[in-house]
Design a protein around this ligand. Structure first.
Ligand code: HEM
Ligand SMILES: *[C@@H]1O[C@H](CO)[C@@H](O)[C@H](O)[C@H]1NC(C)=O
Length: 345
């Protein structure tokens, strides 16, 4: 009887898997890790590693837990890494590639140089995954998983994360310079920049809420303190006390690498305080402040609604993160699964 049940189970499994791979050949990639399957449907889906690397999320989370316990800020750095990956030729781990004969690294772009962090944590996750499931989990998926895990471990929302991204064999320094909006952007610049990636104003506001954790260097907000409009005057939208505090960490000359929290009230906690601060004139970057003063469409209304309702913010942030994570992934036969996230195979 027991054997009979076992045989039936095997038969059912065989039928199910045959059906799945006939209907959705893309799923086959998840099974064999590096398998080659024909077919035209290669969407991302949460169960991509269900059979080829079921431990993937546990491994990611255990490395993150230790890294964040050592240094809470690393959660913020890993969240930002995913953003800077996805905005440049899609979420394809292009941002992780080091300079080499064939690669001009994005790590030297204006937004990334002396700024982007978290690469060692990604390396550590990759090394553990290569031991557990060799050549199976892409670096692009690791970055997406690390971003989600970092938000969760900082007290923010979780979400079902579509997986199956593959890694690029190229990087784009010029794309990194042109696609990632600068901190002194106007709200119109921000809207246009997000729109180029298929993201709308709701995504712009909710994802700006990522600034609820982490820090920025003095050089990224100095213009606001001393010369906002080329008139040697500070940005008058800055709340006074906050402004004096910022001047003490960010002098007119020098101190470019001094840091200040993006959400000084709770810099390591993922919550909706960022929006409350923006409403009080205590947003750190011009790009934060213009969500209040830019006066375009329903942007201010969105800031207010997230400031009032943290659940609404969490829900929308999760949705927008999935949307950002779906920007032009490489799937199917495209790209590769890198062995080392810093190098093409
Ligand atoms: C809306 C346009 C955005 C602009 C103009 C912008 C700009 C910046 C700048 C200038 C910094 C500081 C970098 C430095 O000092 O070296 C920063 C930090 C950060 N950004 Fe953004 N950002 C934007 C959107 C986002 C998005 C969409 C996310 C993620 C959802 C994000 C997450 C972060 C995080 C977590 C940090 C802190 C990183 C750390 O402490 O290492 N940002 N951002
Ligand atoms: C933003 O900063 C850059 C670099 O400092 C500068 O060239 C540009 O004019 C600034 N843009 C605005 C709108 O202030």
């Amino acid at each position: 009887m027991a054997f009979f049940k076992f045989a039936i189970t095997l038969l059912l499994l065989a039928l199910i898997s045959a059906r799945i791979s006939l209907a959705h050949p893309g799923i086959g990639i998840g099974w064999g890790g590096n398998g080659q399957y024909g077919g035209s449907f290669y969407g991302l889906f949460p169960q991509f590693y269900q059979f080829s690397c079921p431990q993937v999320d546990n491994i990611v989370m255990s490395v993150l837990q230790k890294a964040i316990a050592r240094q809470p800020r690393i959660a913020a750095s890993l969240l930002r890494l995913h953003f800077h990956d996805c905005f440049v030729q899609g979420c394809d781990a292009s941002v992780l590639l080091d300079d080499s004969a064939a690669i001009v690294s994005e790590k030297n772009s204006v937004p990334n140089r002396n700024s982007l962090r978290g690469f060692e944590v990604i390396d550590e996750i990759k090394a553990k995954l290569e031991e557990a499931c060799p050549q199976t989990v892409s670096c692009a998926d690791i970055v997406a998983l690390a971003a989600r895990g970092s938000v969760v471990l900082s007290g923010g929302p979780s979400w079902e994360l579509p997986l199956g991204r593959r890694d690029s064999r190229t990087a784009s320094l010029s794309g990194s310079n042109s696609n990632i909006p600068p901190p002194n952007s106007t709200v119109q610049n921000l809207i246009a920049s997000f729109k180029r990636q298929g993201l709308n104003e709701v995504d712009l506001v909710s994802l700006s809420g990522g600034h609820t954790i982490g820090v920025a260097r003095c050089v990224t907000f100095k213009q606001r303190l001393y010369n906002q409009n080329g008139n040697n005057q500070p940005d008058e939208t800055l709340e006074r006390t906050y402004y004096f505090g910022l001047k003490s960490v960010c002098p007119r000359t020098g101190g470019d690498n001094n840091i200040s929290p993006l959400d000084f009230a709770s810099p390591a906690k993922f919550d909706n305080t960022y929006f409350k601060l923006v409403l009080l004139g205590k947003g750190l970057l011009t790009s934060d402040e213009v969500l209040l003063t830019g006066d375009v469409g329903n942007i201010v209304q969105l800031v207010k609604s997230y400031a009032e309702d943290d659940e609404l913010f969490f829900k929308q942030f999760a949705q927008s993160m999935v949307k950002m994570g779906n920007i032009s992934p490489l799937t199917g036969f495209n790209g590769e699964v890198r062995k080392n996230c810093r190098l093409v195979n």
